[in-house]
Design a protein around this ligand. Structure first.
Ligand SMILES: CC(C)(COP(=O)(O)OP(=O)(O)OC[C@H]1O[C@@H](n2cnc3c(N)ncnc32)[C@H](O)[C@@H]1OP(=O)(O)O)[C@@H](O)C(=O)NCCC(=O)NCCS
Length: 188
């Protein structure tokens, strides 16, 4: 994927700041409720507003079960011990070495390089801990920020399609880019 906007490869996190990924747990529900319940996120992310605390609790419970079944691995993104978003692998198939992914960052923290760095760490986890060789995702064509995050992490365009049933019902009829990365070709 080519972006005309910038050719810089690495965004800089504020000096001294560090991103860590923490397996999602029940205690994260209130942070998810607080930050995900925002129309700027709902614009490109498959949730309905209002997003309730109960929605967040059910979501976290689902992700904890997925981790136990080894089909999904969701993480809180922490910036200097502060919750700033979520990134996750889902549809993990260790037999064929494939998984899908998603992520979101709280609006107050956008454009600081957080998603780019979190995705980088998620890719290292997928490759080193799960022996995943190929990661895939679908991104709305209009979601320029997410496309840029994927581009900076070496994802390439595989296909474009008009969403009928492949992706979330909320985005039916929208143009989707199917994007993937070969982790064997990554240095990490
Ligand atoms: C997509 C999302 C996770 C990005 O998080 P983030 O932490 O702000 O991402 P980063 O700061 O690492 O990178 C964003 C990049 O997009 C660029 N960008 C932001 N808005 C843009 C726009 N409208 N057009 C083009 N580029 C844009 C930024 O400049 C930055 O690129 P740069 O480092 O080359 O300057 C965040 O916007 C989000 O949570 N969106 C809602 C949920 C969502 O869409 N998730 C992805 C579903 S596929």
């Amino acid at each position: 994927m080519k972006s005309k906007r910038k050719s810089v490869q690495e965004p800089s996190l504020k000096e001294g700041c560090e991103i860590i990924l923490i397996p999602l747990e029940t205690g994260h529900s209130s942070f998810i409720y607080k930050h995900l319940n925002h129309k700027k996120i709902a614009n490109t992310y498959p949730i309905s507003l209002p997003y309730t605390l109960k929605d967040a609790q059910l979501y976290v419970a689902h992700e904890i079960r997925s981790r136990q079944r080894e089909t999904g691995y969701a993480f809180a993104i922490a910036l200097d011990n502060q919750f700033v978003g979520v990134c996750a692998l889902y549809d993990v198939n260790k037999l064929v070495g494939e998984a899908k992914l998603y992520y979101w960052v709280a609006v107050a923290f956008w454009n600081r390089g957080i998603a780019t760095h979190a995705l980088k760490k998620l890719m290292v986890f997928a490759k080193n801990e799960l022996k995943i060789s190929c990661l895939k995702t679908g991104v709305l064509e209009r979601n320029m920020a997410s496309r840029r995050v994927l581009e900076k992490n070496g994802f390439i365009l595989e296909d474009t399609l008009k969403n009928i049933t492949e992706y979330h019902a909320k985005f039916i009829g929208e143009q989707i880019l199917e994007i993937k990365v070969d982790l064997q070709e990554q240095k990490a």
